[in-house]
Ligand binder design. Structure first.
Ligand code: NAP
Length: 286
């Protein structure tokens, strides 16, 4: 049994497999999810449950949040039953949700005011790497806090990259998701253009993934394009959020606005809860 007692808030597509890996590694984990039935598989695997984020802070040394967006994270930190509702000085909170650098710095400030350590640790990689424990963790933390969290990061990812203080990791996360958005928009446009000119999507994906233009994400998304089926690994609405945050954080490149508008239109068409690769369905109808 590992010595740090862990708490976890947010058991969505990412939180669930990540907690499973911590349990397999021998951590004692207590979970809280707003929709309680999502806790069931983890309780079956050995997790305990709490009735509020506050109760997690009482029971645990380190509490990790993996929530949808800035508003959800702020609510879980700052509500009257939230992570900072009582004196939990000396404990540590790690936020792994993708939020703005500004929100990360704000969370760091309010944690410091409560003598609680704060680590900004968003992740790159989707559900499969979360299941396999091969995420890439981007870490914004003091050197001492980073050292404390390393045994946790070792079970969740293949690498943890310490990029600076809280806020810097969130900026790095927005940057890598901009590249993800460009990749998938490009992949969808390329396959559709080829199909219109008589090249099957099977052949086009084979050409892409056999050559230098293929990469990890073009390989991962090929089966969903072939099956024309997009169950969410990374929900499209979350990429719209991340591109919006990147714009707000100062990204002002030639492609950011058309890219954001394309994904935002797909979300408006009702594709927000589908996987981000459903951008292809949106573009197909134009
Ligand atoms: P998800 O499946 O949509 O899960 C979101 C989680 O947040 C759920 O547990 C949800 O609770 C909870 N939540 C939302 N609003 C809440 C609130 N106001 N109070 C309490 N809980 C709330 O999202 P996900 O895919 O796991 O992603 C989580 C975060 O990681 C996001 O910031 C996302 O951008 C980022 N991320 C995702 C991926 C990916 O591939 N999926 C990869 C890297 C990073 P309920 O169950 O009650 O709805």
């Amino acid at each position: 049994m590992k010595t740090l007692k862990l708490g976890w808030v947010g058991l969505g597509n990412m939180g669930n497999p990540m907690v499973m890996n911590l349990l397999k590694a021998g951590f004692e984990v207590t979970v809280f999810n707003r929709t309680k039935d999502k806790e069931a598989p983890l309780i079956e695997a050995g997790a305990s449950t709490a009735n509020s984020p506050e109760e997690l802070m009482e029971k645990c040394d380190v509490v990790i949040t993996m929530l949808s967006n800035d508003a959800a994270v702020k609510e879980v930190f700052e509500s009257h039953t939230g992570l900072l509702s009582k004196d939990y000085s000396g404990k540590t909170i790690i936020n792994m949700s993708t939020v703005s650098p500004e929100t990360s710095r704000h969370l760091n400030t309010i944690c410091n005011q409560h003598q609680v350590h704060f680590i900004d640790a968003p992740v790159s990689g989707s559900v499969k790497p979360a299941q396999d424990g091969t995420l890439v963790l981007l870490v914004g933390a003091s050197p001492a806090d980073y050292e404390l969290a390393k045994p946790i990061f070792n079970e969740l990812g293949k690498i943890a990259i310490h990029v600076g203080e809280p806020g810097v990791a969130s900026a790095a996360k927005l940057a890598i998701n901009y590249l993800l958005g460009l990749n998938l928009q490009g992949l969808a446009e390329t396959v559709l253009f080829a199909e219109k000119n008589g090249v099957s999507k099977e052949d086009m994906l084979n050409i892409i993934n056999s050559g230098a233009c293929g990469n990890g994400i073009t390989n991962i998304k090929a089966p969903s394009i072939l099956n024309d089926s997009y169950p969410a690994a990374f929900a499209l609405k979350h990429l719209v959020k991340d591109l919006r945050l990147a714009k707000e954080a100062g990204l002002d490149s030639p492609l950011i606005n058309p890219l954001f508008n394309s994904y935002a239109a797909a979300e408006k068409e009702g594709l927000g809860d589908q996987d981000v690769m459903a951008i292809l369905s949106s573009l197909k109808n134009k």
